[in-house]
Design a protein around this ligand. Structure first.
Ligand SMILES: *[C@@H]1O[C@H](CO)[C@@H](O)[C@H](O)[C@H]1NC(C)=O
Ligand SMILES: *[C@@H]1O[C@H](CO)[C@@H](O)[C@H](O)[C@H]1NC(C)=O
Ligand SMILES: *[C@@H]1O[C@H](CO)[C@@H](O)[C@H](O)[C@H]1NC(C)=O
Length: 385
């Protein structure tokens, strides 16, 4: 609930804040009481799984012998699924950490799946994050993004909002990818089958880093990814059919606000599209001479400025954000998270054309190149995922 910001009378919002605080501390209590064993099973190589002393942080390790993985005991259909991850640091080329939801424990021919995959890299080179969607065994819906921070330094949250209208992949508060249900019959939108949540670490040096050119350096093993703060706020499956899926609009994820991005999320999403996307299957006409059906709407959305963008281009909110200016800038030089000059604020390395590193630019809501205010980051403080 606390994720969504909507105009409410002040009394109601105070009440809502209190409620949200109460419920989040309740659910935290429930989470921390629930041990790993209560929620998850280890899928393979139990000896490659360790936890911190207090049991709150989990580590999966990969060596030449094997990787490791875990999955939820329960299945869910719709809701909010979130976890904090800290990825393998240093030289991790060829290593893939996957965090995904899937209808089956395995690569079944009729599975639905929602994937986050983190593709490791050589020391100092950026990690890529790949997302993908499967329906009834068919995937091929990859997108790849760079991140605006180094995911190996700290924990960040990676979340999925899934309802009958949209699937949104979030990194921290930022919507990275929005996949809409176009409502057509037999369309490519997984919404019928409940899914488990999984995570695993494995070797994929045949494809993962620069298309398989970079091989895993086993001298650097073991490779370790860490996890904490698993959080599900969704409809837990019970055979034959739990009440929570048949009652539409009863749960927050089935309500109008969760069917669309909020205005501030749209601003962030626009920023992601302009600056972070490095691969989009919907633009790969070499691979898809006829693009998948769900791409049509997306293409027109991205290329032709839609109403919202036109409206937003002359807003003065956030210090006069000008979409067209940003577009020109990003056309001239795409932002990359690592570079050769120093950030004016924190002295981290930045892209040679930039004044600010991504972290500083993003936390200050300014354009990394020009220092102009581009984002209103005030709203983030209202939520805590
Ligand atoms: C799902 O895939 C299976 C096997 O690939 C196929 O037989 C079946 O008809 C498909 N179901 C739907 C609903 O498309
Ligand atoms: C790894 O770094 C190289 C060089 O900067 C970059 O081209 C590539 O996209 C990065 N990520 C992966 C997963 O290959
Ligand atoms: C923004 O500009 C458009 C076209 O120039 C205009 O129709 C619209 O009313 C303006 N919006 C605001 C909020 O000023």
């Amino acid at each position: 609930m606390e994720r969504r910001v909507s105009p409410m009378p002040i009394l109601v919002s105070i009440a809502a804040l209190l409620l949200a605080a109460a419920s989040s501390s309740l659910s935290e209590a429930a989470d921390s009481k629930g041990s790993f064993e209560d929620n998850f099973d280890i899928m393979w190589s139990e000896d490659h799984f360790t936890t911190s002393e207090d049991g709150q942080i989990w580590h999966l390790s990969l060596d030449k012998e094997t990787g490791c993985g875990f999955q939820t005991k329960q299945r869910f259909r719709f809701g909010w699924f979130s976890m904090k991850l800290k990825l393998v640091g240093g030289d991790s080329a060829g290593v893939v950490t996957a965090y995904y939801m899937c209808t089956e424990n395995g690569a079944g021919p009729e599975r639905d799946e929602l994937d986050f995959e983190f593709l490791g890299n050589r020391t100092g080179e950026p990690y890529l994050i790949q997302t993908n969607i499967y329906k009834n065994g068919t995937g091929g819906r990859e997108m790849r993004h760079v991140l605006w921070f180094d995911p190996t330094e700290e924990f960040h949250s990676y979340s999925v909002l899934w309802n009958n209208e949209q699937i949104v992949f979030f990194v921290d508060k930022v919507p990275m990818r929005v996949f809409k249900n176009n409502g057509k019959e037999n369309n490519f939108f997984p919404n019928e089958k409940p899914m488990y949540l999984f995570s695993s670490i494995w070797n994929a040096d045949d494809w993962a880093t620069r298309g398989g050119l970079e091989k895993t350096d086993w001298k650097k093993a073991p490779f370790i990814s860490s996890y904490k703060d698993f959080n599900v706020d969704g409809c837990q499956w019970e055979d034959p059919f739990p009440a929570c899926v048949s009652t539409t609009t009863k749960n927050w994820w089935d309500q109008y606000d969760a069917w669309h991005l909020s205005d501030s999320q749209k601003l962030d999403y626009g920023w992601v599209l302009r600056n972070l996307v490095i691969y989009d299957y919907c633009k790969d006409t070499e691979r898809y001479p006829t693009l998948p059906e769900e791409c049509e709407k997306k293409l027109s959305k991205v290329i032709v400025p839609d109403k919202w963008k036109e409206g937003a281009s002359n807003t003065t909110e956030g210090g006069g954000r000008k979409i067209n200016e940003n577009k020109l800038l990003s056309k001239k030089k795409r932002w990359t998270p690592y570079g050769t000059t120093k950030c004016t604020i924190c002295k981290q390395q930045v892209h040679q054309d930039a004044k600010y590193c991504h972290t500083c630019a993003y936390t200050k809501g300014v354009c990394a190149m020009c220092g102009k205010q581009v984002l209103d980051t005030k709203l983030y403080k209202q939520s805590n995922v």
